[in-house]
Design a protein around this ligand. Structure first.
Ligand code: P6P
Length: 335
């Protein structure tokens, strides 16, 4: 078997090849990867590490925090604040931005993350993950502000996730396709195990939380009803369903074998455009999916074109196999 290359070597060679990874961005990505290794170790401890269960606190979303949510957030903050590559960070677990402390040099990047997505699955030993997105700090020597983070997903310079499942796999894009690195626990390093996965344009597998069916808008109801009618219905083919309730795991399956993932707006909280967060869930996942030949919209508009108005903004998410995402978008347009 040919010797697999490490994440570091991959980033160095990409930096030489196309200049998409300046040295400071390479340092940032290597540090995030090391933080994910630490999070993976904590997750794998489970009950043995005393890290299961809920903390006695809520996050900015009003959700009860799991102990591992807090641990993962602290690991990412502590790993990244001293390196000199960041101006500030933002996290699902923190209300405001986290400017790099003055005792450390300021960098030109902004790091956003959901430190442990799918945490409702932690205690039942189902795959969870870290999602991250990297933006450039707008020019100007002034101190970084929350408004600097409000950039559309098309401005990302890097995006990725690390899934903590049977394998710990880091999935990364810098805009030149997608690369997957699997953690070699003996060496303690991420090794390149796949380059440029392609999401099939068609699929027979949808992912949605069916218990919300009565709350969906008509276009989503129509799309799912047609899938459920199978080969006797207008689609002329049978569909399978998966719902892991961990976006990282559902997206990873789609990256691996295709499918469509949907978390649409519904009537339970009509004032909110959706459940998932734009800046550190939909944008990074949307870019990865597009870089693998898929599509990502909010039902009407490309996710990466949405101009954010607030840091913890929510959004409807329809992503995966391009032709299926297009069909849902067409139904939203009344076609
Ligand atoms: P529900 C996890 O809490 C999450 O944010 C995503 O990872 C996941 O896709 C979704 O929520 C699951 O939501 O309503 O099915 O529990």
């Amino acid at each position: 078997m040919t010797k697999r290359i490490s994440l570091t070597r991959y980033l160095v060679e990409q930096q030489r090849a196309d200049g998409l990874i300046p040295a400071q961005l390479r340092l940032l990505l290597e540090i995030v990867a090391r933080a994910c290794k630490s999070i993976s170790h904590a997750v794998n401890q489970g009950a043995l590490g005393g890290v299961l269960g809920s903390a006695a606190s809520e996050n900015v979303q009003g959700e009860i925090q799991k102990k591992l949510d807090i641990i993962a957030n602290e690991v990412l903050i502590e790993a990244n604040e001293w390196g000199g590559h960041l101006a500030a960070m933002a996290s699902e677990e923190m209300a405001g931005i986290y400017p790099v402390p003055n005792r450390y040099p300021q960098g030109e990047y902004l790091l956003l993350f959901d430190p442990l997505d799918g945490s409702s699955n932690i205690d039942v030993n189902v795959s969870i993950g870290t999602i991250f997105s990297v933006l450039r700090k707008p020019d100007g020597a002034r101190d970084v502000a929350g408004s600097d983070f409000l950039q559309p997903g098309s401005q990302q310079v890097a995006a990725g996730y690390c899934i903590y499942g049977p394998q710990t796999t880091l999935v990364l894009t810098v805009g030149a396709g997608v690369a997957l690195f699997t953690l070699d626990r003996e060496q303690g390093s991420f090794l390149l195990t796949q380059e440029n996965p392609r999401i099939p344009e068609d699929t027979q597998e949808f992912a949605i939380n069916m218990s919300n069916q009565r709350h969906w808008d008509a276009p989503v109801k129509r799309y799912i009803d047609e899938c459920l009618q199978g080969r006797e219905g207008p689609r002329g083919k049978d569909f399978n369903m998966r719902w892991i309730a961990s976006m990282v795991a559902d997206v990873h399956r789609i990256l691996t074998r295709g499918g469509i993932f949907m978390y649409p707006w519904d009537r339970r909280e009509p004032e909110k455009p959706g459940k998932l967060r734009l800046m550190y869930e939909a944008n990074p996942m949307g870019w990865i999916v597009e870089q693998a030949g898929g599509a990502a919209t909010n039902g009407r508009q490309r996710i990466l074109d949405i101009q954010p108005t607030q840091l913890h903004e929510r959004v409807s998410v329809i992503l995966g196999s391009k032709n299926e995402v297009q069909r849902v978008t067409d139904y939203h347009r009344g076609l």
